[in-house]
Design a protein around this ligand. Structure first.
Ligand SMILES: Cc1cc2nc3c(=O)[nH]c(=O)nc-3n(C[C@H](O)[C@H](O)[C@H](O)COP(=O)(O)OP(=O)(O)OC[C@H]3O[C@@H](n4cnc5c(N)ncnc54)[C@H](O)[C@@H]3O)c2cc1C
Length: 194
């Protein structure tokens, strides 16, 4: 939490310098809006903290970072499926998998491997996660006897369409939406009054 709080402002400035077109207020400064849990003085009053790009923040960040990668000639192997970590003694020295379009097998050698294969949301019957969230990174690590940690940290979003799991953005609550139970009661006031 401390790292997040300390580094977030610089991360926003870095992203903006890269070209993310953050929404501005009338004074020309980056605008902020309220999202889940944004309070000041340990929950005493709501506050606006989230910087955003209209209603497409994630998309704008992703497009900007992708463009930057293009200028640095970063290679992308999209639609490749990774099946195994490769080791030389104790050192992870590559990965193997295949090109989904052609089924052609591939081996990648590398000095370092970072697994960023997302979470395990698809183990739940109802989830807002994408079809790719099948815990592949966990399985790749486990298969190589690498211990897993913090497995219990799964976010359950408070609002979604019942049965389908389609997410209703927390921005809906930030803009004044409230949660009611089957009796029409605003039950969250019992747990988090703000
Ligand atoms: C509906 C929804 C709304 C959200 N809204 C917000 C929001 O407003 N703000 C916010 O901060 N966060 C939000 N999040 C959370 C955020 O999107 C995730 O925390 C974030 O995308 C996780 O990033 P990641 O890189 O760890 O994994 P992912 O984005 O899941 O990326 C993992 C990638 O690995 C690939 N992959 C998986 N297995 C393999 C394999 N074996 N071989 C090759 N590739 C593989 C997948 O195809 C995928 O492309 C939202 C999430 C959802 C589902």
């Amino acid at each position: 939490m401390e790292i997040l709080v300390k580094e977030a402002p610089n991360a926003i400035i870095t992203l903006e310098h890269m070209g993310v077109p953050f929404t501005r207020n009338m004074q020309g400064k980056i605008e902020q809006r309220r999202f889940g849990g944004h309070t000041k003085n340990y929950g005493q009053a709501p506050i606006k903290r989230a910087c955003y790009v209209s209603d497409r923040t994630g998309r704008a960040i992703m497009d900007t970072l992708y463009d930057r990668c293009q200028t640095k000639a970063v290679d992308f192997y999209n639609e490749f499926f990774i099946l195994k970590l490769l080791f030389s003694g104790d050192h992870c020295c590559g990965i193997s998998g295949y090109d989904i379009a052609t089924c052609e097998p591939h081996v990648f050698h590398a000095k370092a491997i970072v697994l960023a294969t997302g979470g395990s949301g698809k183990i739940y019957k109802t989830t807002s996660n994408g079809f790719a969230s099948t815990a592949d990174g966990f399985a790749l690590a486990m298969d190589s006897l690498i211990p897993l940690e913090d497995m219990e940290f799964v976010q359950f979003h408070p609002t979604g369409i019942y049965g389908l799991g389609i997410l209703i953005s927390e921005a809906a609550r930030a803009e004044g939406g409230v949660l009611r139970n089957g009796l029409g009661e605003r039950f969250m006031e019992r747990y988090a009054p703000i």
